[in-house]
Design a binder for this molecule. Structure first.
Ligand code: ADP
Ligand code: MG
Length: 679
């Protein structure tokens, strides 16, 4: 790759010469020494004093300064503060688990005792737990059981700068309860972004700044745009490995598939180069990675080798890996995008923001002067990237949070205290969708159905599908499908060197009706095998994903009792199961017309994903689980339905006229327009 030779340097506060220990040396230090070496440590007393003096405090500090791991420990160690429980809300599952594990280690307790974590479908806490790391989504759900968070004395909204949907809603709720719970301490921790806004939102709460400690980072751009950034990443890593001084490397990609592909490519090329190059330790990190694999990224690099961590933007601010000197940034991230007119939500790979790019570059300068290689031109950085990332609340479906807020008795959503209010249409559409699902009545009040739906920690459509299974007497099957959908896209294993075998194995699971039923079939066969690992191996099924599906299923089944749904099995064909799915996902209906699929309500062109069992069959009516935009708008996980069912499950939403055979009608819309419309 041809990088522009004159580098632009991101200023650091430390000079290149003062050489700090690299990661291998760090490991030799005791845990307490490491703790004392963190930038936050000299401010321990000041920080504790500020927390004592103020009810709400915004804490700003560069990523890796110790906010997430140290502040709760300082609070626990301080006897003058009488603590009940501290909870720390983080935007990501992986971060919650990994940080809790780290803090348990630092405090010398077993994970799940004094220090624990709680993420969706996984609770690792006990009665002894005083420090609980949880995702922001879980913290939000906590309001359902304890609206004033009475058993907690400190709440930390961590990674506030990420501005996830849940974090944004938490801001409003916590600001509200802080008014009448004067004993509650609220800490808002953020990287060095946007802190003035947080302070302003919390009625001018003071900002405690932890001075950054950073080495300069040289930034390189490519001369010309890169057509294939995955390939460019692989080449850049190898270039660095061969030409640059020791130091580990961090690569930012957008998701699991890309990361796995990149790791495979790197390993393959290293194998070919053999002993001509030094050892390269290639490690992936992304949200669905099993926790034992996650832990590996923190283990020290063997002497003489170089570590390369291939990550999603989880490594941007949530996780800090010591020893990184080189960063490779292709400049993309995967983002949710939502069209409030059509209600279509889609995951799209888009250029990241300049703020993101700068955070990424900053990761190279934590332990020594570093280098960041941007796989795009300086021109693109300036002209094609947004300044900051748009808060999630402005680009997502709000069904879930609207349902939650309604169940908390917050009826006037238009006047809810949002830091950045969502677009009006999005809010209205969420209300309409909940109405169509039967969760709200025509006055916008929560129905009994809505109340039960809110009890399940899943999206409204999935909740509705589960609840509808009661009526169709197939809750056993639908629970399994719901669990399998939640570990989405990581069930089938397809190693590069055994593609044919893997695809054959997958074909063997095919049953009529569609992908949901294939997932059900896989699960049931696994149950019959006695949850066997060997069975998974032989059938190219990922054992870990199955184990997770089983956990999710168990938890959902546990909740069924609470919302009084009897768990029974459908003894007939798959019709009741597909009807229950339709009852939840009737919004996601597509119809075949003139050789292609269009969504029913908005006539958007969509395509069956090539991995689908219905790819060749092309049934007239389909329901899809989700849309993914790669080269086209793909429907992932589809089932065949009968259009008559739509009138049965959603009579207030579909009119029979809309569902008439349309082959004679004109379809005026041009193809290939979806991208713009979703943009
Ligand atoms: P901040 O929240 O300010 O970004 P953190 O508290 O996450 O900072 O990180 C402080 C230090 O703890 C970093 O040096 C990081 O490498 C280390 N650390 C965090 N999690 C782990 C882990 N799971 N294993 C090893 N080190 C970790
Ligand atoms: Mg942090």
């Amino acid at each position: 790759i041809d990088f522009v030779s004159t580098a632009i340097t991101m200023k650091g506060t430390l000079s290149e010469k003062s050489h700090p220990p690299l990661s291998a040396d760090l490991k030799k230090q005791s845990i307490q020494e490491v703790r004392r070496s963190l930038p936050i440590f000299p401010f321990r007393e000041d920080l504790l004093r500020a927390i004592t003096q103020h009810q709400i405090l915004v804490i700003e500090g560069e990523t890796g300064s110790g906010k997430t791991t140290q502040i709760p420990q300082y609070l626990m160690e301080d006897v003058s503060l009488k603590l009940l429980l501290i909870r720390s809300g983080l935007p990501r599952r992986v971060a919650a688990m990994s940080v809790a594990a780290r803090v348990a280690e630092e405090t010398g307790v077993k994970l799940g005792n004094e220090v624990g974590y709680s993420i969706r479908f996984e609770d690792c806490t006990s009665e002894r737990t005083v420090l609980k790391y949880m995702t922001d989504g879980m913290l939000l759900r906590e309001f359902l059981t304890e609206p004033d968070l009475a058993s907690y004395s400190v709440v930390i909204i961590d990674e506030a700068h990420e501005r996830t949907l849940h974090t944004d809603i938490l801001f409003g709720l916590i600001k509200d309860i802080a008014r009448f719970r004067s004993d509650l301490k609220v800490l808002v921790a953020s990287a060095t972004l946007d802190t003035e806004r947080f302070s302003c939102f919390f009625d001018d709460a003071p900002v405690f700044r932890i001075p950054g400690r950073r080495f300069p980072v040289d930034i390189f751009y490519t001369k010309a745009p890169e057509a294939d950034y995955l390939e460019a990443c692989v080449v850049s890593v190898l270039q660095i490995h061969v030409t640059q001084a020791p130091g580990d490397c961090l690569v930012f990609l957008t998701g699991q598939e890309e990361i796995e592909a990149c790791c495979e490519m790197l390993q393959e090329r290293c194998r070919r180069l053999g002993s001509k190059i030094a050892e390269l330790v290639v490690l992936p990190i992304y949200a669905n990675l099993p926790s034992d694999m996650q832990a590996k990224i923190f283990s020290p690099t063997p002497p003489g080798a170089r570590k390369v961590v291939v990550a999603t933007n989880i490594a941007e601010t949530s996780l800090t890996i010591d020893g990184i000197i080189y960063v490779i940034d292709p400049g993309f991230c995967k983002q949710k995008s939502y069209n409030a007119r059509t209600g279509m939500e889609s995951l799209i790979v888009t250029p990241c923001s300049r703020a993101s790019a700068n955070q990424r570059a900053g990761r190279a300068g934590r332990v020594a002067a570093g280098k960041c290689f941007r796989l795009y031109t300086a021109w693109a950085f300036k002209h094609e990237m947004e300044e900051t990332t748009i808060p999630e609340i402005q680009r997502t479906n709000l069904g879930n949070v609207v349902l939650l807020l309604k169940s908390l008795g917050i009826n006037d959503l238009i006047h809810f205290d949002f830091m950045d209010p969502p677009p009006h249409e999005t809010l209205v559409l969420a209300l309409e969708q909940l109405y169509a699902l039967g969760a709200l009545n025509h006055l916008g009040e929560l129905t009994k159905m809505g109340r039960r739906m809110a009890e399940l920690p899943v999206d409204p459509m999935l909740s509705k599908m589960i609840l509808a299974s009661e009526q169709y007497k197939c809750s056993e099957e639908v629970l399994t499908i719901a669990a399998m959908l939640s570990v989405n896209n990581s069930i089938f294993y397809r190693p590069k060197d055994k593609v044919v075998h893997a695809d054959n194995a997958r074909m063997n699971f095919t049953v009529p009706g569609g992908d949901h039923l294939v997932l059900l079939n896989v699960y049931n066969q696994w149950v019959e095998s006695g949850f066997s690992t060997q069975w998974c191996y032989e059938n190219f099924i990922q054992f870990r994903s199955m184990r997770r599906a089983r956990d999710v299923r168990d938890q959902l089944e546990g909740l069924m009792e609470r919302i009084e749904v009897e768990v029974v099995s459908s003894l007939e064909d798959s019709v009741p199961i597909r009807k229950a799915i339709t009852a939840g996902y009737f919004y996601h209906t597509a119809r075949l017309s003139k050789g292609g699929y269009k969504t029913v309500k908005h006539q958007q062109t969509v395509y069956v994903h090539p991995n689908s069992s219905l790819f060749e069959e092309q049934p007239r009516w389909l329901i899809y689980h989700e849309l993914v935009f790669t080269t086209k708008e793909f429907m992932r996980q589809v089932i065949e339905i009968d259009s008559g069912w739509l009138l049965e499950v959603a009579p207030h939403y579909y009119k029979s006229k809309e569902l008439e055979d349309s082959s004679s009608k004109k379809m005026p819309r041009k193809q290939g327009k979806t991208k713009d419309e979703l943009g």
